[in-house]
Design a protein around this ligand. Structure first.
Ligand code: OMP
Length: 234
């Protein structure tokens, strides 16, 4: 059965006015906006809260440090009330467990963000992984880290759409699976390596797709977001 797949718009800019304009443009089509390292470092966390406004916030900080530091960082950002929060699965089991515990302690039970573990960045292919010492390819590494994330009590995983089917086969329906590296037919891949179209990712089992430049760099971001949402709904 085809899943209902939502659109997360990645608003990657340093400029708060630009981010605000994009947030308004995508609001009718996107279930959440993603604000991350580029925007938070340039504009600060108050601007993150302001741009998200009432729209659910995917806070993409990709935390990766020792368990104590990651736990403390989560407590520091608890006033932001994100709907989703990222950390790197490669930080290890103890780091993910500490993050999970910090979320339970820092957020009210009804406002706890979904913790999403980034498995293998969609900008990496098997060759790039080999250069980091991972010799058996992206799929094997995503499955390995995905299982570790589930062991740590993480709510979901960030992966490419290419790993959705094996992850669903191994982990079942429960984890939220979020896929960046999405490119509507005919758009530029840029630095992304493991890509799929919105429709393909939805059919492969994504709960959410993350799309940035195909929306933000389009002549009409509102129309680009609406077209992707329509592709997901078709
Ligand atoms: O965690 C992420 O969101 C993420 C993980 C990943 O493996 N690949 C990836 O591209 N992302 C993010 O997803 C967005 C993709 O943007 P575009 O390539 O412009 O569509 C960027 O904001 C990335 O930081």
């Amino acid at each position: 059965m085809k899943r209902k797949t939502g659109l997360i718009a990645a608003l990657d800019t340093q400029n708060a006015t630009t981010a605000q304009a994009w947030a308004q443009a995508v609001a009718p089509s996107a279930g959440a906006v993603k604000l991350g390292l580029e925007f938070a470092y340039a504009a600060g966390f108050q601007a993150v809260a302001d741009v998200a406004g009432a729209t659910p916030l995917f806070l993409d900080l990709k935390l990766h440090d020792i368990p104590n530091t990651v736990a403390a960082a989560i407590k520091s950002l608890s006033t932001l009330r994100p709907k989703m929060l990222t950390l790197h699965a490669s930080g290890g089991l103890a780091m993910m467990e500490a993050a999970r515990k910090a979320c339970d302690e820092a957020f009210p039970a009804d406002a706890r963000p979904a913790l999403l573990a980034v498995t293998v960045l969609t900008s990496l292919d098997d060759h790039a992984l080999e250069q980091t010492g991972v010799m058996d390819g992206a799929r094997a590494q995503v499955l390995r880290l995905g299982k570790l994330g589930m062991q740590a009590g993480i709510d979901g995983l960030v992966c490419s759409a290419h790993e959705l089917a094996p992850l669903r086969d191994t982990l079942g329906d429960a984890p939220l699976l979020v896929t960046p590296g999405i490119r509507p037919a005919g758009s530029q891949a840029g630095d992304q390596k493991r890509i799929m179209t919105p429709r393909q990712a939805s059919e492969a089992g994504a709960d959410w797709i993350v799309v940035g430049r195909p929306i933000t760099q389009a002549a009409d971001p509102a129309a680009a977001a609406a077209a992707i949402a329509a592709e997901l709904a078709a």
